[in-house]
Write a protein that binds this ligand. Structure first.
Ligand code: ADP
Ligand code: MG
Length: 256
């Protein structure tokens, strides 16, 4: 290929925003020549290279802005450690049908059983599939809404929590809310109802949410919307955090 042509291709690709193509076009031409590729296959290769790079970049940026505490995936989850958890149910959720249906997932259980890890893994999968995601603890969510309200930006902050296709709300139940805060959660949940998915984790049973939200009527109204379309997974096994601390679990006896 003449250098005049390569220069022009690079110039055009830059002006079209095909930044990757400007760098690799000569390599791709070499590859096409060696493989004696047809014209269509070559165009296909060019577009796939550019798109693949863009997708990777979008995925990495979205993960960075997602607020996720880590990026673990389901492949890293040891289902054998949690035999009462239905692995098939979790893998079904990973197909992301619940995101398309705009329904919810609730992960319930005591500390350390992997609630946050599964919520994160589902969010990472959703992000990879091109859905927008955001992760927050309930505490952070409420604090942000309160601060926004005090400065007249409540609606804008609420809108930010309504935007993502998947909103993970972690750690419902660690700290009790007051009535005004529970009201904000109600607004969020009722506005997201049938419009976007939520993944909730909680160490409290739904029956205890009245206590957490400081108001039984509000708790019922929130749960009504949250649970109408919701997969509920209760994980009632051992804590993974204490896995190697058998002395804490068995009082000194090694686990069988
Ligand atoms: P929870 O949110 O239920 O308190 P986490 O999801 O934070 O628990 O899990 C605690 C730690 O143990 C995390 O580092 C998590 O990645 C890990 N973990 C929990 N369960 C498993 C599991 N079954 N396989 C692999 N790692 C696990
Ligand atoms: Mg957790």
């Amino acid at each position: 290929m003449s250098s005049l042509t390569t220069d022009r291709i690079r110039d055009h690709a830059t002006r079209l925003g095909l930044t990757h193509l400007t760098e690799v076009v000569t390599q791709l031409v070499d590859r096409a020549e060696q493989a004696q590729m047809g014209y269509l296959d070559f165009v296909d290769l060019l577009l796939e290279e550019e798109l693949g790079l863009r997708e990777g970049r979008r995925f990495r940026n979205a993960l960075k802005l997602s607020g996720l505490p880590h990026h673990k995936t389901l492949d890293e989850f040891d289902f054998a450690f949690q035999p009462d958890l239905d692995a098939r149910k979790v893998r079904d959720l990973a197909t992301l049908e619940f995101v398309r249906a705009k329904s919810n997932v609730a992960l319930l259980g005591p500390p350390g059983v992997g609630k946050t890890m599964i919520a994160v893994a589902l969010a990472v999968a959703a992000c990879q599939a091109g859905f927008s995601i955001y992760f927050t603890t309930l505490d952070d969510l409420v604090r942000k809404l309160r601060t926004a309200e005090a400065t007249g930006r409540f609606n804008r902050q609420l809108a930010a929590f309504l935007r993502p296709a998947v909103l993970v709300v972690d750690e419902v139940g660690y700290l009790p809310l007051d009535r005004a805060e529970a009201n904000m959660v109600f607004q969020l949940v009722s506005r997201r109802y049938e419009r976007g998915s939520m993944i909730i984790t909680s160490n409290k049973s739904f029956a205890e949410w009245g206590g957490v939200l400081g108001d039984d009527v509000l708790a019922t109204a929130i749960l009504d919307r949250l649970l109408h379309h919701c997969d509920v997974l209760s994980i009632n096994g051992p804590s993974y955090r204490l896995k190697d601390r058998f002395d804490l679990v068995t009082g000194g006896e090694p686990m069988p």
